[in-house]
Design a protein around this ligand. Sequence first.
Ligand SMILES: C[C@H](O)CC(=O)SCCNC(=O)CCNC(=O)[C@H](O)C(C)(C)COP(=O)(O)OP(=O)(O)OC[C@H]1O[C@@H](n2cnc3c(N)ncnc32)[C@H](O)[C@@H]1OP(=O)(O)O
Length: 723
Amino acid sequence: MGSSRGHTLMEVGPDGVALITIVNPPVNSLSFDVLRSLKESYDQALQREDVKAIVVTGAKGKFSGGFDISAFGSIHEAKERPQPGWISVEIITDTIEAARKPSVAAIDGLALGGGLELAMACNARLSTPTAQLGLPELQLGIIPGFGGTQRLPRLVGLTKALEMMLTSKPVKGKEAFSLGLVDGLVSPDELVNSARQWALDILGRRRPWVASLYKTDKLEPLGEAREILKFARDQTRKRAPNLQHPLVCIDVIEAGIVSGPRAGLWKEAESFEGLVNSDTCKSLIHVFFSQRGSSKVPGVTDRGLVPRRVKKVAILGGGLMGSGIATALILSNYPVILKEVNEKFLDAGINRIKANLQSRVKKGRLTTENFERVISLLKGSLNYEDFGDVDMVIEAVVENVSLKQQIFSDLEKYCPPHCILASNTSTIDLNLIGEKTKSQDRIVGAHFFSPAHVMPLLEIVRTKHTSPQVIVDLLDIAKKIKKTPVVVGNCTGFAVNRMFFPYTQAGLLLVEHGADVYQIDKVITKFGMPMGPFRLADLVGFGVAVATGMQFMENFPERTYKSMLIPLLQEDKRAGETTRKGFYLYDDKRKARPDPELKNFIEKSRSISGVSVDPKLAKLQEKDIIEMIFFPVVNEACRVLDEGIAVKAADLDISSVMGMGFPPYRGGIIFWADSLGSKYIYSRLEKWSESYGEFFKPCSYLAARAAKGIPLGASVEQAKSRL
Ligand SMILES: C[C@H](O)CC(=O)SCCNC(=O)CCNC(=O)[C@H](O)C(C)(C)COP(=O)(O)OP(=O)(O)OC[C@H]1O[C@@H](n2cnc3c(N)ncnc32)[C@H](O)[C@@H]1OP(=O)(O)O
């Protein structure tokens, strides 16, 4: 047996109440060890004559974050696989809920997944007003497996229960109380004592003794329930056409409503077994840990450095990026100075920030009161005078090397010596930007994705000189502004843009050889991307597309596919969505429709490239389109890994998910590639490179791993140990 993962503690008070506390830091997750210990504590409490009632709670202000997600690994490897129903029926239902001594859950902090399911099996629940309660299992590709599919609808009604499960969104204690999910709201310091009293009151019949599983008052009548379930199914099929498990969840809920909760519990247990071993579940769990792992950087975060407090930030440039970044910062309570070169630009920048916030107000995500508070954190400026006490500057001006060099040497003069000097450049070498300063150790890239206040990823770009302290500081800021950070090395395009450059390139290559623009986009969206390469190029705008294209052409000429298609479209005054014309035509509501004239431009670019229609590429199957578009992306991702631009494959997985919308249920670009196998990818690329040129040529990393059958995601050490 490995080291124990958590336990429960039981303490019996003079009042005859046994307090069972879940102890498994950091979130008191329900590992197999905790569950076994919970069962033991219960068996003891039920046997002991001095115990009259039970209170369940979690240590250190957290009830429980649910089943131990790291234990899924041992389930997948079949190391530990309990009998179906051992937990949900034997422990939760037949031991806890059916006990002849009442249980009350005392919930502070969080009760998620299995945590909430355990609480729902208690005869009553008390919560603090701010605790988070929810069933987020679907986010992991599974369904609630400790009876949640049966108990939640019986406590809050079918509509709300479906919403909570299908969106994975938790509710706060206060809302949980109004829904009937908890029976009382108590402050954290009175929580356990109130729960003890509540348990004794149940025993004394002063409060109802409820078994949630058999409640019926909140359930809609059968006919209505069927309508609600049908609606939920239709919506789910539309919203997540590639996913099975949300539909399975609805089926399991229905089984309980139609055939009774006990039958529902068994169906839940059976379905859970099937889902837990699905690729979707494995992928989503990989994404969960990749996301948390991205802020652990070897050689940086393992040195015991403490992030410094950043009290004030200055942003240079109020354009689209600068204003988005400012919005993200003030929303997280950072005071911001926005600097522009003249009044006109400054006003425009401030108005953009206001518009960003207004759109939140409109969506109900920001109150008018908070709008005022947030906007008061913003100050405009036309000079560097206010820069004397800023702790970080983020430069977000146009991509011009000499302008940036000038700015950074000015910053060195006006900012305090500890101030972090960050650039939001997406293309320019940071070493070049900092060339004229003596501050190279505090120069770092903070690459946001547009729109910066919405997109969840932040690339933190370090040069060889960037100090670990500065990176630790930026990781902390990322967390505070709720972005997932990835720390990457300095190169053209960094990790995300570099990996995804071949995405558009592959699209252009295929189209010049006869494939259809709209079919490619359709297939790629069906695969799960938010947009195909052409719709994306329209959104980004041809100006940007061409500018980045030039960068790649300069730096990686041998593998850049040179197509004149976009420049030809530009000549026709097309720039993408902003001009309502690109690869698509756009109406007033920015809805895209195919353009019958596009083929003329394609023919022209084809003749410039000297390429003729290849009958094979003109009639590609879906699978081939997916592979020809994504294998070059995989290939580039391998180079990024090989060059050490990214420190681990999981960072590229999370970057592809958060930066480009790669479907999380496929686990990220490298994880997905490994599900197909390095050998297969290599052989396909090799073959295409013979017919269509260097663009497809597999890199040496891919070749080496394919030759030995080593997964692309295995670390260098793992790879060595497999030789
Ligand atoms: C059978 C059942 O129905 C199946 C289940 O219960 S499946 C599990 C359902 N529960 C969940 O999905 C909750 C997942 N966790 C979360 O959403 C968030 O971690 C949280 C809201 C609990 C806390 O968020 P936050 O404070 O931002 O901290 P976060 O960095 O995410 O987590 C802190 C640590 O706890 C770990 N952790 C969180 N929940 C965990 C869980 N359920 N199991 C194991 N570890 C968990 C994280 O991996 C992280 O570890 P690290 O410090 O080593 O990286």
